[in-house]
Design a protein around this ligand. Structure first.
Ligand code: ZN
Length: 438
C-alpha cells in the first residue's frame, strides 16, 4: 500500500526538478511521429525506465493507419531583399507542424495562403498542424504578417515524410494486483509548456515515486502522441486490457483551478476519488461530465472500449488565452502549480490504493471502545473528536457493503481521517478486511 507519510513530493526540490524537465524538453520540435518524440523519451528515461515502442508506418489501427514519419531540418522564409524573416530555428512553432517539404519562390498573395496568425492576439505565434492532410505553411505573429511588402519571397521547408515509425513511451509498475491504473499523457506538441510538458513532467515524477513503493495496483504510464497514439496502443493491446481506473493528465502547470472531466460512465470509482479529493482541498475547482472532445479520454472512453478513464487538468482544454500559442512558454508554467498538481494526484492515488471494504467483528451493538484504549489512541483534541466520530462511522458501516470512500462521503469526513480511524480499529482487532477483497 502507499504510505502517505512517506509522501516524497513534499521535498522542496521536486517542483524544481519538474521545471528542469520542462526546460530540457521545451526547445525540442515534437510531432506525432519523428525524432522529437524519441529525443523527449530519452530525456524522460534519465528519470524513469521508460520502454520505447516503435509502430511502423502503414500499420492499421482500428479505422486509422500509422502515418509516415515526419522529421525536420530547417524551415525559413526570405523576404524580397534576401533577409530571413521567419525561421523555425528561432521558434519551432513557426513551421506548420507536419509540413511537406517545399523549396520555391512565391509572390506575397500565394505566400499569405500558407501563413497562419491569430488576429485577436497579434503578437503571438500560433501552433498549427496538418497531420492528416498534406500541406505546407508557416505560423507567425499577425503584426509581422501585416507588415509584409509586395515582392517575391523564398520559402524553404526541409522536412521528410517517409515510411518510419510512430514512437511512444511506456512504463509498467507491477503491483500486488494485476489490475492496472492507467496514466496517459500526450507527448506530441512542440514548444508548448503547459500543453503538454506540464503533463509529461507531472506524470514522470508520479511514476518515479510510485515505482519506488509497493503498491496494491499495477500502474501503466503512457507517453503517447495524442489521438493516433492512444488508438494505436488500444488497438495493439485490446486483448490484454486490465485497466480498472485511469487518468489522462494534461495542462497541469498554470495557475488556474483544477478541472476534472468525468469518465464516460460518470460514476466510476476514479470519479468519486477525484471529486472527494477536490472537495476537501479547500480550493475552488470544476467538475465536468464527459464529452467526446478533448484529449485521449476520447479513445479510452469510446463505446467499444469504455474504460473508467477521466481527464485531470488545471485550465480546461482550449480555454485559456495562451492555449496553442507562443505564450504557452516557460514563464507561463509555475513550479508551485506543478507541485500542487503532483500532490493532488498522489493523494487521489492514495485514496484509490486504500479504498477497501471492512467488516466489523462486533456488529451487534457498539463494541466498548474505552476498554480497548481506543480513546487514548485517538486523543481528546478537536481532531481526536473527529477521529472518534470517524471510528464510529467505520464501525457502523463496515458490513462488507461500503468502502472507506463510501464512508468518507456518507460522513462528510476526509478520507485520510476515515483511513486513520480504520487503522486504529484494525489495531484493536475490531474490524477486518472484507474477505472478498483479501
Ligand atoms: Zn494541444
Amino acid at each position: 500500500m502507499l504510505n502517505i507519510e512517506k509522501y516524497p513530493i513534499q521535498k522542496d526540490d521536486i517542483k524544481d526538478r519538474m521545471f528542469q524537465l520542462i526546460t530540457a524538453c521545451y526547445p525540442i520540435c515534437r510531432s506525432i511521429t519523428g525524432d522529437g518524440v524519441r529525443e523527449t523519451i530519452e530525456i524522460i528515461r534519465k528519470i524513469i525506465p521508460l520502454d520505447k515502442h516503435e509502430v511502423p508506418s502503414g500499420t492499421k489501427v482500428y479505422d486509422w493507419e500509422i502515418p509516415k514519419e515526419w522529421n525536420i531540418k530547417q524551415a525559413y522564409i526570405k523576404d524580397p531583399n534576401g533577409n530571413v524573416i521567419v525561421d523555425y530555428k528561432r521558434h519551432n512553432l513557426h513551421v506548420l507542424n507536419y509540413s511537406i517539404p517545399i523549396r520555391k519562390r512565391v509572390g506575397l498573395d500565394e505566400l499569405k495562403k500558407h501563413l497562419y496568425t491569430i488576429p485577436e492576439q497579434p503578437d503571438l505565434i500560433p501552433y498549427r498542424n496538418s497531420y492528416y492532410r498534406e500541406n505546407w505553411g508557416f505560423c507567425l505573429s499577425h503584426n509581422q504578417m501585416i507588415r509584409l511588402k509586395e515582392g517575391t519571397y523564398e520559402v524553404v521547408i526541409d522536412t521528410s515524410l517517409e515510411d518510419g515509425h510512430l514512437t511512444y513511451g511506456e512504463y509498467f509498475i507491477q503491483g500486488n494486483s494485476s489490475e492496472e491504473i492507467l496514466i496517459s499523457t500526450h507527448i506530441c506538441h512542440p514548444s508548448l509548456c503547459n500543453d503538454n510538458l506540464s503533463g509529461i513532467a507531472v506524470s514522470t515524477y508520479l511514476a518515479k515515486y510510485l515505482g519506488e513503493q509497493t503498491t496494491r495496483y499495477s500502474y501503466r504510464f503512457l507517453f503517447i502522441p495524442v489521438t493516433i497514439g492512444s488508438i494505436a496502443w488500444l488497438s495493439l493491446n485490446e486483448q490484454n486490457l486490465k485497466i480498472k481506473h485511469g487518468l489522462v493528465l494534461a495542462l497541469l502547470g498554470d495557475l488556474s483551478d483544477f478541472t476534472y472531466k468525468r469518465t464516460r460512465k460518470g460514476n466510476s470509482e476514479i470519479d468519486s476519488v477525484i471529486e472527494h479529493c477536490l472537495q476537501h482541498s479547500n480550493k475552488t475547482y470544476t467538475i465536468k461530465d464527459f464529452i467526446p472532445y478533448g484529449y485521449d479520454e476520447r479513445q479510452y472512453c469510446s463505446p467499444g472500449i469504455n474504460l473508467s478513464v477521466g481527464c485531470f487538468t488545471r485550465a480546461p482544454y482550449g480555454e485559456f488565452p495562451e492555449y496553442h500559442t507562443s505564450a504557452d512558454n516557460l514563464e507561463f508554467v509555475k513550479p508551485d502549480a506543478l507541485a500542487e498538481s503532483l500532490a493532488t494526484l498522489y493523494e487521489a492515488l492514495f485514496v484509490l490504493e486504500n479504498n477497501l471494504k471492512y467488516v466489523s467483528k462486533y456488529p451487534k451493538c457498539e463494541p466498548q471502545l474505552g476498554k480497548r484504549g481506543l480513546y487514548q489512541q485517538i486523543g481528546g483534541t478537536n481532531e481526536g473528536k473527529v477521529t472518534q466520530l470517524a471510528a464510529l462511522w467505520v464501525l457502523n458501516m463496515s458490513d462488507g457493503n461500503y468502502s472507506l470512500l463510501d464512508i468518507a462521503k456518507k460522513s462528510g469526513i476526509q478520507f485520510t481521517v476515515i483511513k486513520n480511524a480504520a487503522d486504529a480499529l484494525i489495531n484493536c482487532d475490531l474490524i477486518e478486511k472484507y474477505a472478498k477483497e483479501l
